[in-house]
Design a protein around this ligand. Structure first.
Ligand code: ZN
Length: 499
């Protein structure tokens, strides 16, 4: 091992200490910091983020990366280290082009926009948020001009969250979904049924916490390498494969919310826990592809968790922990967790109409970055698209354009990841069936951990070393297509709704 490589590793270790502190601060702010304590944390977070950014763009790092990518040095590296060095070099070259003042303005505006978004949502008043959204759009555009000067802006943004994906591919996938799902959802809605009031009774939050622990254990989330926190908007984060944190919220009269968030975040967590530990604290560890990440959380939540057979081995246990479920039959439970209905809020949508919520946001983002639609016209555009896809008109901004935080923190281009995840899931389900046999049977026999093992081996282990398209090619032997997801929807919901 060369001294250069040792020096490089020491430098990486130091960078990791900053990342560790940043992650910890973020975790603390989102789960337990009191309102008045937030400011102190934001200051610390800004400090450590700026330090980390300085380290990731320092001349010293640049020199080391340049030397390590020289053929003689590069040739001595293992495949994994070649991947890490190449990726760091690419990120370095990109970040280095961003003027540090611009980066600082971006981080500050991001924090401000986040706070204003919260207030605007509470007041249900888009006009409060609108100037900050404008700034975030301009800054995002400006930064993309530095990081990816050769790419069209929105394609550059998409690529940041799902490397290798572009709007031409996404257009094609989403058009296929629209063509098939718009008429299919109409057929489902013609057979609409009322909400089941049994699910609105009182469900003890403490018991919901126990159900969460039971579910995480059942699907294979490891307690010795993971823990659970509480927050309003559930998320997952990781320090390494040995310390992965999931979060949840517990509503007294909406037990399905915590149950499916538990399974969803558990899916993210299982991914992170099962990445090759050799990649810990490097750019190969963690999964940096959001669509691929969502494919795993949504595979557990929807493909497995909304299958009746998932619940059969544990339904009695669910009733013991949350007695109101004793009065609900597994059939009624199954119908309710697959209740298709047009709704305002993305995170509460069923798995089928969820697709429309994402397509709407994707089209909004294209309108923002391609057609330069002025910010003040966005609420009206949102409402028109809601009417087009979901036949609803929000009565206020909070249940319309202000519902998601993504744009406040500059995550433009993120939304398509959720639906790409589901598209991958349709393909993964086909591949899983081919290799392990009937999924219903596996689930009915309580063998979900065999599915987890399969996902571990096929996908999780590789962390970020394979791009999403490469993963799909390796596991499914095909190019990305929406056809399997459409087929899955049609088979499942034709049966449930007698179509
Ligand atoms: Zn997720």
């Amino acid at each position: 091992m060369s001294t250069l490589f040792e020096e490089f590793q020491n430098y990486l270790n130091k960078m990791n200490q900053y990342d560790h502190v940043i992650t910890l601060l973020y975790w603390d702010m989102k789960t337990c910091t009191p309102k008045l304590g937030q400011k102190g944390h934001v200051e610390a977070l800004t400090h450590f983020s700026s330090e980390a950014f300085a380290m990731s763009t320092s001349e010293k790092l640049g020199e080391m990366l340049a030397a390590l990518t020289e053929p003689t040095e590069f040739g001595q590296l293992t495949d994994t280290w070649q991947f890490i060095v190449k990726r760091m070099k690419r990120d370095f070259d990109r970040n280095k082009r961003i003027p540090s003042e611009l980066y600082k303005t971006y981080v500050q505006t991001q924090a401000e926009a986040g706070n204003v978004w919260t207030e605007a949502k509470e007041a249900s008043d888009f006009s409060l948020f609108s100037p900050y959204l404008q700034k975030m759009i301009e800054l995002t555009r400006e930064i993309a001009g530095y990081t990816d000067p050769e790419k069209e802006v929105y394609d550059a943004l998409l690529d940041q969250y799902e490397e290798g994906m572009d709007s031409a591919t996404i257009d094609m996938l989403f058009e296929d979904l629209k063509k098939e799902l718009i008429p299919f959802v109409k057929e489902i809605l013609a057979k609409q049924r009322p909400e089941n009031p049994a699910f609105q009774e009182y469900f003890d939050p403490d018991a919901q916490r126990k159900v969460q622990a039971m579910l995480l254990d059942y699907i294979g989330f490891r307690k010795d390498a993971g823990s659970i926190g509480e927050t309003e908007h559930p998320f997952t984060l990781n320090f390494s494969s040995r310390d992965v944190r999931v979060t949840n919220h517990y509503y007294e009269h909406a037990p399905l919310s915590s149950i499916f968030s538990a399974i969803h975040e558990g899916g993210h967590g299982i991914f992170e826990q099962n990445i090759n530990p050799e990649y810990d604290n490097t750019r190969a560890g963690g999964c940096c592809y959001m669509g691929l990440h969502e494919s795993q959380s949504r595979f557990y939540e929807n493909i497995l968790g909304r299958n009746k057979n998932f619940w059969l081995p544990i339904y009695d246990r669910l009733g013991e922990l949350l007695p109101p479920f004793q009065k609900i039959s597994p059939d009624d439970f199954y119908r309710e967790i697959n209740h298709v209905q047009n709704s305002f809020i993305r995170v509460n949508a069923d798995e089928v109409t969820y697709c429309f919520h994402i397509i709407l946001r994707y089209e909004m983002e294209k309108a923002i970055f391609r057609e330069n639609i002025p910010v003040h016209e966005l609420p009206a555009l949102w409402n028109r698209k809601m009417q087009e896809y979901l036949q609803l008109t929000p009565s206020n901004d909070a249940e319309g354009i202000l519902q998601d935080m993504h744009w406040s923190d500059g995550s433009f281009g993120y939304f398509p990841s959720y639906l790409l995840g589901s598209i991958y899931d349709g393909m993964l389900l086909d591949a899983l069936r081919e290799e392990l046999g009937d999924v219903d049977t596996l689930l009915r026999n309580g063998k979900i951990k065999e599915i987890t093992k399969w996902l571990n081996k096929k996908i999780h282990w590789y962390g970020s070393t394979r791009k999403p398209k490469e993963v799909i090619a390796a596991v499914c032997g095909k190019e990305v297509s929406a056809e399997p997801l459409i087929r899955y929807f049609k088979e499942k919901y034709s049966e449930i709704y007698n179509i």
